[in-house]
Design a protein around this ligand. Structure first.
Ligand SMILES: Cc1ncc(COP(=O)(O)O)c(C=O)c1O
Length: 506
């Protein structure tokens, strides 16, 4: 029998979430408010113990199981936040959990689940494979399956967020913005709001390339997407739930789609107001709010966005992440030389196998050979050496670049920059103090006959700017050039003889 709004209101009011979840703050975002000319409030679900709202629904479901069911244990499938919610709840309830995660799940996330005591089973390439396997395990091991969204108890657990918002803000609210993946969060929040203060707009937010709910509502039936964008992994759902579809269709007033750029901007907005870093799904509410406010020319209204998660993959934070990854030797970088003939690229891919590729740059060099820059995620330095010996066994010459600053800092971003006009080019890596005028100082000290033939710089937010410069210096000017370098006083290293430079740029 279909559950009514009254049923959901009752379930939400009776939901058991506070054994594990906190009543998260509803905070005024001063900077966003000023910028949008509205009163912006953030419901800080990123401050929950597992950094997302997901433990509300999971715990409410699990706390209602019989002692006999808890004895048998639970199983779920998830690549992230739901897994942590279930593992956290299971620890509290003292029950066994099996958590099926796709083999592609970042180690960081599977480790987080293991640290909470979850038994992780890595299975399949995608969430759907993991989901099917979890259902098989539920059957074969008599475990209770805890759905990430399509379950009335899960929905009611998430609905407690709606209850808190209305209690925390008793003045008028124009709209509440909610990210949608499978629809559990918005179903619960909308159920409470529509039962209690139906005049408040509930607006669902989806990624442009992951909009299964919006399309389903538009077509009046659940549709299945073939592909979903993975930038916002928390909301990358191909097929929304039956119950969540029914509730969303019935209760949600409006929808808005957002793109990755606007979500990145929203992560920054949240950071500026709160000094916290949200994950993409966690910032979608803000991105949707900004778009909606502009589209509807709202001013002086009170608008609320649920910041629903902060399980950000650290490697997405560019400089810090890249350097931390390399520093921890989580990435190996190679230049591999392969014969320029049919099938050799495929052979190289076979050697790489299932390893996760972080980079792959290639440019035809000559008729006989191609040089490929390959970055691979690794667990430690030993693995890089093992990969290298696999390459050698297959007859590929390779250079392990893990200690090569030139390759890691610059050449990986410049592959294809070979010049046929760079006679007499001298190549130097410089460290400039990152302050105004440092570059001008360098350029103004340079002899006018010396042409800069290559230049690469990335602002990495560090105290020193790292620059790669190729300068054409005629042979009889070399002594003067050495003087120039030593007078300049910047730390530098000559790289003219570096084999990577010779392979890719010269
Ligand atoms: C951070 C975050 N935001 C939003 C969602 C979407 O929630 P739902 O699937 O209930 O729509 C999820 C789902 O895991 C999430 O982890």
């Amino acid at each position: 029998m279909q559950k009514t709004l009254r049923d959901y209101l009752q379930r939400i009011l009776n939901a058991r979430v506070y054994d594990v979840a906190v009543e998260s703050p509803l905070e005024r975002a001063a900077k966003l408010s000023a910028r949008l000319s509205n009163h912006v409030w953030l419901k800080r679900e990123d401050t929950q113990p597992v950094f997302s709202f997901k433990l509300r629904g999971a715990y409410n479901k699990m706390a209602r199981l019989s002692s006999e069911e808890l004895e048998r244990g639970v199983v779920c499938a998830s690549a992230g936040n739901h897994a942590q919610g279930v593992a956290f709840s299971a620890r509290r309830l003292g029950c066994r959990t099996v958590i099926v995660m796709p083999v592609t799940t970042p180690k960081l996330k599977s480790d987080a689940v293991r640290a909470l005591g979850g038994n992780v089973v890595l299975y399949g390439e995608s969430y759907s494979d993991a989901h099917d396997h979890a259902l098989e395990l539920a059957e074969s091991q008599q475990l209770v399956f805890v759905h990430p969204f399509d379950d009335p108890d899960v929905i009611a657990g998430q609905g407690t967020i709606g209850m808190e918002i209305l209690r925390q803000h008793q003045h008028p609210i124009h709209s509440v913005f909610v990210a949608i993946g499978g629809g559990g969060l918005i179903s619960g929040v909308a159920a409470y709001i529509k039962a209690v203060r139906p005049e408040i707009n509930v607006v669902g937010v989806q990624m442009e390339d992951s909009d299964a709910m919006i399309r389903s509502v538009r077509e009046g039936k659940r549709i299945k997407l073939d592909d979903v964008g993975l930038f916002s992994d928390g909301t990358a759902v191909k097929h929304v739930g039956e119950e969540t579809f029914r509730l969303t269709r019935e209760l949600v007033d409006d929808f808005v789609t957002v793109d990755s750029d606007s979500v990145c901007a929203a992560i920054k907005d949240a950071f500026e107001d709160t000094r916290s870093i949200l994950e993409p799904a966690g910032a979608m509410g803000i991105a949707g709010m900004k778009k909606y406010v502009a589209q509807h020319q709202l001013t002086d209204e009170t608008v609320v966005a649920i910041t629903c998660g902060a399980n950000m993959n650290f490697d997405r934070l560019r400089f810090v992440a890249e350097r931390a990854e390399v520093g921890e030797e989580r990435e190996a970088l190679f230049v591999v030389t392969i014969p320029e003939e049919r099938g050799s690229f495929k052979r190289l891919c076979e050697v790489i196998g299932h390893r996760s590729v972080t980079e792959f740059s290639y440019r035809m060099d000559n008729a006989e050979q191609a040089h490929v820059l390959v970055g691979l995620a690794t667990t430690d330095r030993k693995e890089a050496e093992a990969i290298r010996s696999d390459l050698t066994d297959q007859g590929f010459a390779s250079i392990n670049l893990v200690d090569d600053e030139l390759a890691k800092q610059h050449v990986r971003y410049m592959v294809g920059g070979r010049s046929h006009h760079s006679e007499d080019e001298q190549l130097y890596r410089f460290e400039f103090p990152e302050r105004p005028g440092a570059l001008m100082r360098f350029l103004s000290h340079m002899h006018p006959n010396w042409n800069i033939s290559l230049f690469h710089y990335r602002n990495q937010g560090a105290d020193y700017g790292r620059i790669l410069v190729g300068i054409q210096v005629p042979k009889n000017d070399r002594d003067a050039f050495k003087d120039f370098i030593s007078n300049l006083g910047y730390r530098c290293a000559e790289e003219t003889q570096n084999p990577v430079y010779r392979l890719f740029l010269r």
